[in-house]
Ligand binder design. Structure first.
Ligand SMILES: [Zn+2]
Length: 502
């Protein structure tokens, strides 16, 4: 593996003399980060898309860098890797007919979007049900799916959720309806969403974890089209929406039957998280976790364009570079009592899928992870920025962060602007699973710089490696995160409180 990395013009002597071992005690500097970013964001890595040759190059590089710094493999079966099944689906075509009492109901086929779980799904004469928001919350006495048999049914579910804290998002409600036996779950979209936005989303490939349960068919229809359909069948959509108030709502069988045919291109493939470990000195059975996503968008522009590669230098070669260097420093210093895990996740850009898989199939017990520190998009700011924290809310963890920031002579960002990013990063998948997870650094404290990146190079071919990449702030943050890790990996300094997050 290493041979591949140094072949061509790479000066082997230089690698040997400036390699990780030689500089393990010095603070992390911009040049340490740049060498990894230059490599990971090079055109040779083809934008690091999961399931491609770019993935192979990337995960081999990370594993080799971990190995060279003295980490041990902590993936599956003694390897560096955690294999993950993904499924990409792209709708090809579909046809629906609705009937009432054997009479065909008029319907405009452009007013429905569907996708099948398998390449070909057919439903014949399926019952049709309206299930409100499709929510089951037994602890609040809510069961909108009660009273009607959903087995094999086409089920309409309102997409918009009421403004109630903790109300399940659509994906979770779709799962509830599917678990009740529905053959198709169709989200009813309100006036806030342009129908063309939905249809263009359905025309793009979507990727999910193979382990995620999905109904045989998912879809969407605008509320106006559902209303016309229900009314044409002799019922009243208006009454359905208003007759049963709030939490007492029960699903209603509609006087409609459906025939449905969906063809979908379904491509399963395997991708990998990379996991390494520094053994602690105390055999505590507890872990501190650093994570960052290695994936990006690959070839993201059509054939013929001058630059087709989304290299993802800032997003997130920078986070991986920092993680490699942080791992190197922690491995070179006296061992902390707790173990420290380093997780390079896949498929973050597809919806935190690698982190979600780790959170649901952890390589160590989830309850043994005392804290998680995510590294994402950290190379946009100069040194000296205040330190923003995303994911505050666990008092013991917040205190450890505050003390570390003070100890290294930096300043905390006291506004809460960065909080809005909490669901857009891998730490969220761990937070949802009850692990206290934070992002800490300067790149989320200067909103002007962050917004300039997000509205500029972000997710495009211009997010490239090069001398203009600002790495002073990233290096300063990396050193802060080494100091923070030493505290969090020591039970005499930090013990997590039971999570107050949902
Ligand atoms: Zn991204």
């Amino acid at each position: 593996m290493f041979r591949r990395l140094v072949r061509g013009a790479a000066p082997l002597l230089l690698l040997l003399t400036t390699g990780a071992q030689a500089q393990s005690d010095a603070p992390i500097g911009p040049a340490d980060l740049r060498q990894h970013i230059d490599r990971l964001a090079s055109d040779r890595f083809q934008g690091r898309a999961p399931g491609t040759e770019g993935e192979t190059l990337t995960i081999d590089y990370i594993a080799e860098q971990f190995r060279a710094r003295g980490l041990e493999p902590a993936g599956e079966d003694g390897s560096w890797f955690q294999p993950i099944g993904l499924v990409e689906r792209t709708t090809e075509r579909h046809q629906v007919s609705w009937s009432a009492d054997g009479r065909a109901l008029p319907f405009d086929q452009t007013l429905i979007a569907l996708q099948g779980r398998e390449a070909e799904v057919r439903l014949d004469d399926a019952p049709v049900v309206f299930a409100g928001h499709g929510v089951r919350l037994p602890e609040r006495g809510i069961d909108q799916l009660a009273g009607v048999d959903l087995q094999g049914a086409v089920v309409f579910v309102l997409l918009d959720a009421p403004d109630v804290p903790g109300f399940p998002p659509l994906a979770e409600r779709v799962r509830m309806v599917a678990e009740a036996g529905a053959a198709a779950v169709i989200a009813v979209t309100g006036p806030d969403i342009q129908w063309s936005f939905i249809t263009s989303n359905y025309q793009r490939p979507t990727t999910k974890l193979a382990s995620q349960a999905v109904p045989p068919v998912v879809g969407a229809m605008p509320a106006t089209a559902v209303q016309q359909l229900v009314d044409a069948a002799g019922a009243s959509f208006e009454r359905l929406l208003n007759e049963q108030p709030g939490s007492s709502f029960r699903a209603v069988a509609l006087p409609i039957r459906a025939d449905l045919e969906v063809r979908t291109a379904v491509t399963p493939y395997t991708t990998r998280n990379v996991v390494g470990r520094i053994r602690g000195s105390a055999n505590s059975g507890e872990n501190l976790l650093y994570l960052g996503h290695w994936d990006h968008f690959g070839l993201c522009r059509p054939e013929g364009e001058a630059d087709r590669i989304c290299n993802g230098a800032v997003d997130n070669a920078s986070g991986i570079a920092a993680m490699i260097e942080i791992a190197g420093r922690l491995a070179a210093q006296p061992r902390t009592p707790r173990d420290i895990l380093f997780l390079a996740t896949t498929a973050e850009e597809m919806g935190l899928l690698g982190a979600e898989y780790f959170a649901t199939h952890p390589t160590v017990p989830l309850s043994s992870i005392v804290a998680a520190i995510n590294l994402d998009t950290i190379a946009i700011h100069p040194a000296g920025e205040p330190v923003a924290v995303i994911g505050r809310g666990n008092r013991a963890l917040d205190a450890a962060v505050d003390e570390t920031v003070a100890a290294v002579g930096r300043r905390l960002d006291t506004d809460d602007e960065a909080a809005s990013f909490v669901q857009r990063q891998d730490g969220w998948a761990l937070m949802r699973a009850g692990v206290p997870a934070i992002m800490v650094g300067g790149s989320f404290s200067n909103m002007a710089l962050l917004n300039a990146f997000l509205s500029g190079d972000y997710h495009g071919p211009e997010d490239e490696a090069g001398p203009e990449l600002v790495l002073d702030g990233a290096a300063e943050d990396s050193n802060l995160l080494v100091a923070l890790g030493r505290r969090l990996a020591d039970p005499a300094i930090y013990r997590p409180e039971a999570s107050e997050q949902e």
